[in-house]
Design a protein around this ligand. Structure first.
Ligand SMILES: Cc1ncc(COP(=O)(O)O)c(C=O)c1O
Length: 347
C-alpha cells in the first residue's frame, strides 16, 4: 500500500508518517517583496513541512515503496544502506523506522552534531568508511560514492543500496508529486522555478513536469560560488556550508560532479550565489515573513530575489524550492557570521 495522503482510507487519524509526505504549502512573500521593492512575486515552496523535515522525504519514500512494489526489498530481511550525511539520511532513517526496516548509514566527513543526533534518534546504524575512501569524495564524482556504498554492501547481509545519486525513483518522486503540486497550487501561473542540485532529483523531476505543462516556464539553477566552497566562511564543511547543493555547470558545460539524476535538458539558466547572499536571503525571510530556512533554501531564495528585482520580470510568479528549515543548522551560529559579511550584499 502506498502511504500517500490522498490514498488514506478514512477519518482524520493517520496511520503512519508515510501518509504525511508531500502537499507542502506554497507561501507568497508579500512583506519581503514590499521591503525590497521587488518587481516580480516570490512564492516559496516550504518543504520543511514534510514529516522528517525536508524535500528528501519524498524521494526516500518513493525509493523504498518502488523497490517494495518490484519485490526487491521487505522489512523482514532487508537492511537499507545509503551514504550521506544530509537530509536523505534523516528521511531514510525516519521512513525505514516507520516501515520496520533496518537502516545503515555511511557517514561523510564533517557531519554536524544535529544530524548525528537526529540519525541516532531514528535508530539508524551509523557506519564509518575507511578514511582513504572518504577523502575528497565530493570532488571525485559518482564513482567515488559508489565505491563507498560497495564497501558497506560487502559488510551487510541482504543490504540494499538506495543510491540516491542515480535512482530514477528519486526523480519520479518529484515528477509525480512536487511538480504537479507547484502547477496546481499556482493554478498553472508559475513563470520561473528556482532550485539547486545535490542529487539532481528534485530539479529534474519538477522541471520536467512544469515544462511538459508549459514549455515557457523558465528554470534557473542556483549554484554555490566556488570561491566560498573552496574557502568556507563558517566551517570546514566540504560543501562550503551550502548544505546539499553544488556546482554542476561551468563555462565548459557540465562538470564532473553532475550526478546521473541531473539533466540540463530542462534548465534555462545557471546563477552563482555567494555565501553572503545566501545568509542575507535567510535573514530577510526570517525578518519579514517569520520563516527560517536552511542554506540551500537561502541560496535559491537569493536567486529568486535577483530575478524579482529585474524589470523584465515585473508581475511574474517566481517559485523557489526551499528544501529545509534553519533549525537543522543552529550549531553553525549563522547570526554572528551574517552580521560580519552581510553589508557586501546588493539586496
Ligand atoms: C538541504 C538540501 N538542499 C538541497 C538538496 C538538493 O536536492 P536534490 O538532491 O534533490 O538535488 C539537498 C540534497 O542533498 C539538501 O539536503
Amino acid at each position: 500500500m502506498s502511504g500517500r495522503k490522498e490514498e488514506r482510507i478514512m477519518g482524520k487519524i493517520y496511520h503512519s508518517i508515510t501518509e504525511l509526505v508531500g502537499h507542502t504549502p506554497i507561501v507568497e512573500f508579500h512583506r519581503l517583496g514590499e521591503a525590497l521593492g521587488l518587481k516580480g512575486r516570490i512564492a516559496g515552496k516550504l518543504e520543511y513541512f514534510n514529516p522528517a523535515g525536508s524535500h528528501k522525504d519524498r524521494m526516500a519514500l518513493e525509493i523504498i515503496e518502488a523497490a517494495e512494489r518490484r519485490g526487491e526489498i521487505n522489512p523482514a530481511t532487508t537492511t537499507l544502506v545509503e551514504f550521506t550525511s544530509g537530509n536523505t539520511g534523516i528521511a531514510m532513517a525516519a521512513f525505514a523506522a516507520a516501515k520496520g526496516y533496518k537502516f545503515k548509514i555511511g557517514l561523510q566527513n564533517g557531519v554536524s552534531e544535529e544530524r548525528l543526533k537526529l540519525l541516532e534518534a531514528y535508530h539508524a546504524e551509523l557506519a564509518e568508511a575507511p578514511q582513504e575512501l572518504l577523502e575528497n569524495v565530493f570532488n571525485k564524482g559518482i564513482a567515488a560514492f559508489n565505491e563507498v556504498l560497495d564497501y558497506f554492501l560487502e559488510q551487510t547481509p541482504n543490504g540494499y543500496a538506495t543510491r540516491q545519486l542515480s535512482n530514477e525513483d528519486n526523480i519520479n518522486a518529484h515528477y509525480l508529486h512536487t511538480g504537479p503540486e507547484i502547477w496546481e497550487d499556482t493554478e498553472g501561473k508559475v513563470d520561473i522555478f528556482v532550485g539547486g542540485v545535490g542529487t539532481g532529483g528534485s530539479t529534474h523531476g519538477i522541471s520536467k513536469y512544469l515544462k511538459e505543462k508549459n514549455d515557457q516556464v523558465k528554470v534557473v539553477i542556483v549554484q554555490p560560488d566556488p570561491k566560498d566552497v573552496e574557502h568556507p566562511i563558517v566551517e570546514k564543511a566540504e560543501d562550503g556550508g551550502f548544505h546539499g547543493i553544488h556546482q554542476v555547470h561551468d563555462d565548459n558545460g557540465i562538470t564532473a560532479m553532475a550526478p546521473d539524476n541531473f539533466s540540463e535538458k530542462y534548465v534555462d539558466d545557471y546563477e552563482f550565489i555567494s555565501y553572503a547572499e545566501t545568509l542575507r536571503a535567510i535573514h530577510l525571510l526570517a525578518k519579514y515573513e517569520g520563516i527560517f530556512v536552511g542554506a540551500s533554501a537561502g541560496a535559491a531564495l537569493a536567486v529568486a530575489i535577483k530575478q524579482a528585482l529585474k524589470e523584465e520580470n515585473t508581475g511574474k510568479l517566481i517559485v523557489p524550492l526551499l528544501p529545509d528549515n534553519g533549525e537543522r543548522y543552529l550549531s553553525e551560529d549563522l547570526q554572528r557570521v551574517r552580521s560580519e559579511i552581510e553589508e557586501k550584499v546588493g539586496f
